[in-house]
Design a protein around this ligand. Structure first.
Ligand SMILES: [Zn+2]
Ligand SMILES: [Zn+2]
Length: 855
């Protein structure tokens, strides 16, 4: 038997020791049924605290065939709390296994015993102990709960798997623990004394059916049933000077600094200070400041419970929750208005008056996040832990996605609402006053930038783990028309493979939806050294294996049996689109895939980062290929793998062919044509001599002048500059208005060139970033081939590196496969190498390639 404490002890109750002459001796233990006897070692013992109530357990009183009485010193109390349990009573089934009358395994309502309070004046008060009411069985069967008694451990919060060393990936995500199962359960029943003014001197226990074991008794006073906790509330804890908040939970789910006796702290987290005074002027996803001194505490408790506070260098303090809630406590714990006003929130498109999916954030006057009733209050941003439709910006600014209508429980007074829906609709931050008569809040959104009307559609080329319908909601709420959900393999873990059918476009008209927000499941095929490749929208069978070559992308022992280039060719055979994700990493084989013409687009990636923009490192790598004449457009994809990243943080804009309806296939066509740009917010139009991105212009040997036209607009990231990039260098640069600008340049060209538009911008409290970048227009001047020697050498070296890995340490499949793949790489290498030599560029030869063969 073990001593256990599940939290601090309430000052309103005291343990009542049971006189030892009534307790069981060893012969009583031997009379117990075997199941009880063997589990008894798990029963609580010694000085215990359960649900804030103290018990002193020496042994148990066996309530069986003959009545047993215990006596104690005269005690007056409103409540006697009995810690007891019972045997598991057999069910009588007929030979067919049917049970009648059917009381269930818990023998619901069976009269198990009668307990009698013995008053000092000789009178008595009786209580019937019925199964599943006042007592349960020592081993609870799932679903057989007690109606008037609770299991001996109080519920407690649980840290998510990544936050603790404890086992249990799935269960920890509930963040709650109800310890009412296991080898031994005692039950606490609070017996209301019908005559609280009279002294009680003992209790007689009389068995009626079966066996009960009474372990402990406590007595005390409380205004109402002490085992009934009230609905969740919040309070604000201010730590003393010099004290820092410790979020660690002990094995009972308790914090060091703040605990409750007859209740439980649900969560405690530093207050996030939002700019509430200037809320409507602050921007979408702007981060609040994390407070060092103030902690928001959520709790559930009995009204007579006390907070128990413990801070370094301070005497322990006990604060009644009643005083906190009444506002009469003048100390470190203050009440936060309860969120009990049920309000419907509707977000409408201003022109259609229809509800539209949006991203939503709501907080109250104490900066407490308020989630809709069917959404996480505590958003889990860990990798592969929770695929709920939430976004938490840097684990500070919590948001969720709603289909346009939702229900929230709000506090009375001011609430602060943020709503956004992509880059064409101005995000709103609004303050709403909630009163007792508030039943509905309606917010209207206007589409202000007409890019969709002009034929542009948006896409995220790279999302993991969500279900297709969650991806569709998040896409719609972020204004992303196409979400590519990529199945993959991670070691021994396969994700979204059941969602891949090589046929369905979720949200399309064929599936009965409006066809505006689509989700298509593709695959990201990966090799940790050779590289990753995203195979989008292909039809038919899944292209597998999805990973090769062993850890860490692939399972240990997986050989390299397919190249990226071969995966790309298979995807094209099956009608798909090939994207190099999170370009340029891992940097190896994809150099060969690009040279061979097997790549449709390169992906600029954000992950959870809203403020770093398009990485010049990624652009520099892309420019190498453009400088060598390989026309590959850019796309934007997030590689979202958790709620820390929002779908479409960086996104692709691609323009459909004029007169083409929007479908997944026409979107793939738009990307293949190269009329794309990548953006974190600003939208652009760009043409050279009237031709859009992705096109080539032929010029005679003498070259000439081209007219560049551009236009930019933003309702999100404020813009600062627009620049013209020619062959990887900034040729023109102009300062622009934060919200919009346009212009033209006349550019003289005397040799072949690629031309693209780059937009810079930043929020006022952030650094300037490359916020958008177009795909290029290529101008071929006769007699001048795009082939920058220095870039070509680095590309060849990259292919040579891939070959060296392949030749030396890469795990091999079989000899035939090895030779086949070696030829693919050699042929790509040879094609660029020969071009260089034809142009008369010489370079240092590396030992990996045998030059003599090709000369
Ligand atoms: Zn990847
Ligand atoms: Zn990925």
């Amino acid at each position: 038997m073990k001593e256990t404490v599940d939290g601090p002890v309430s000052p309103g109750f005291r343990a009542v020791a049971l006189a030892s002459d009534a307790l069981s001796d060893n012969t009583a233990i031997t009379r117990l049924p075997e199941t009880l006897r063997s589990a008894l070692k798990h029963a609580p013992a010694g000085k215990c605290v359960r649900w804030g109530i103290p018990f002193e357990i020496e042994n148990f009183v066996l309530v069986s065939t003959s009545p047993t009485s215990v006596s104690f010193a005269p005690t007056t109390a409103q409540w006697f709390v009995i810690m007891h349990t019972s045997d598991v009573r057999p069910l009588d089934a007929d030979p067919d296994g049917f049970i009648s009358p059917m009381r269930g395994a818990g023998q619901l309502n069976e009269h198990a015993a009668t307990y009698v309070l013995l008053y000092k004046d000789g009178t008595e008060a009786r209580a019937e102990i019925r199964r599943r009411h006042q007592v349960g069985a020592f081993q609870r069967r799932w679903g057989e709960n007690c109606f008037q008694a609770v299991a001996h451990s109080k519920p407690a919060p649980v840290r998510a798997s990544h936050e603790q060393l404890r086992q249990g990936w799935g269960n920890t995500q509930t963040r709650v623990n109800q310890s009412d199962s296991g080898p031994w359960v005692n039950w606490l029943w609070a017996w209301e004394n019908p005559q609280p003014g009279k002294a009680v001197v003992g209790i007689r226990f009389q068995s009626v059916s079966g066996t009960l074991l009474v372990f402990g008794l406590a007595a005390g006073n409380a205004a109402e049933n002490l085992l009934r906790w009230r609905r969740r509330r919040k309070a604000l804890l201010t730590l003393p000077e010099g004290e820092t908040f410790d979020p660690g939970l002990d094995e009972h789910g308790l914090l060091d600094q703040i605990q409750l006796d007859m209740g439980q702290v649900i969560s405690a987290s530093p207050r996030l200070a939002y700019p509430n005074e200037s809320w409507t002027d602050s921007y979408n996803n702007q981060l609040p400041v994390r407070s060092e001194q103030q902690v928001l505490v959520e709790y559930t408790s009995h009204p007579d419970a006390c907070f128990h506070l413990a801070f370094a260098g301070h005497a322990a303090e006990r604060v009644p929750v009643g005083d906190v809630e009444a506002g009469s406590h003048n100390g470190p714990v203050r009440p936060v208005p309860p969120a009990t006003q049920r309000v419907a929130l509707r977000v409408l498109d201003a022109s259609s008056r229809q509800p539209v999916a949006v991203k939503l954030h709501v907080h109250g006057q104490y900066d407490e996040y308020i989630a809709p009733v069917d959404r996480h209050r505590i958003v889990n941003t860990a990798w592969f832990e929770d695929y709920s439709v939430d976004f938490s910006h840097q684990n500070r600014h919590a948001c969720t996605y709603i289909p346009g209508e939702t229900v929230l429980d709000l506090p009375l007074g001011k609430v602060y609402i943020e709503i956004s829906k992509g880059f064409e609709i101005r995000p709103v931050r609004r303050v709403v006053e909630v009163a007792t008569e508030t039943e509905e809040i309606v917010i209207e959104l206007d589409r202000v930038l007409p890019w969709r009307e002009k034929g542009w559609v948006t896409a995220d080329t790279h999302v993991h783990f969500l279900s297709p319908m969650s991806a569709r909601l998040e896409g719609a709420a972020e204004g992303v028309n196409v979400v590519n959900l990529l199945a993959s393999q991670w070691g021994e873990l396969m994700t979204n493979v059941g969602d891949f059918d090589g046929a369905t476009t979720w949200g399309s008209r064929e599936t009965g939806q409006d066809g505006e927000y689509l989700v298509r499941v593709g695959t990201e095929n990966r090799q940790h050294v050779m590289g990753h490749i995203s195979l989008l929208g292909y039809r038919g069978q899944i292209i597998a294996p999805m990973t090769t070559g062993g850890a860490d992308e692939s399972a240990l022992g997986d050989p390299i049996e397919t190249l990226l280039t071969e995966w790309a060719r298979q995807c094209h055979k099956q009608g798909g689109l090939v994207v190099l994700p999170h370009f340029p990493n891992p940097r190896a084989e994809h150099a060969a895939s690009i040279i061979s013409g097997d790549i449709d687009a390169l992906e600029m990636t954000s992950w959870g980062d809203l403020y770093s923009g398009i990485n010049p490192y990624s652009l520099s790598d892309w420019y190498r290929y453009l400088n060598c004449g390989y026309m590959v457009p850019a796309v934007g994809g997030t590689d979202k793998m958790s709620a820390a990243t929002a779908v479409g943080t960086v996104r692709t804009y691609a323009r459909l062919d004029e007169q083409t309806p929007f479908t997944y296939d026409t979107w793939m066509g738009a990307v293949r044509r190269g009329e794309t740009f990548v953006t974190y917010g600003p939208l652009l139009e760009f043409s050279v001599d009237g031709l859009p991105m992705g096109r080539r212009i032929a010029m005679s040997r003498t070259g000439g002048t081209v007219d560049v036209m551009w236009q930019v607009s933003s309702v999100t990231v404020p813009m600062t500059r627009v620049e013209l990039v020619i062959n990887g260098e900034i040729r023109e640069s102009v300062a622009v208005d934060a919200a919009g600008a346009g212009g033209t340049w006349s550019i003289h060209l005397d040799k072949s060139a690629w031309v693209a538009l780059l937009v810079r911008g930043h929020y006022k409290d952030q650094s300037e970033i490359i916020a958008a970048h177009s795909s290029p227009v290529m101008i071929d001047v006769e007699g001048s081939q795009m082939l920058a020697a220095a870039d070509a050498v680095t590309i060849l070296e990259q292919i040579e590196g891939a070959m060296a890995y392949f030749d030396t340490i890469g795990t091999r499949a079989d000899d035939r496969a090895y030779k086949r793949m070696r030829l693919v790489l050699e042929s790509a290498h040879r094609s660029l190498h020969n071009r260089m030599h034809r142009k008369g560029h010489y370079h240092d030869h590396t030992p990996v390639t045998d030059h003599k063969e090709h000369h």
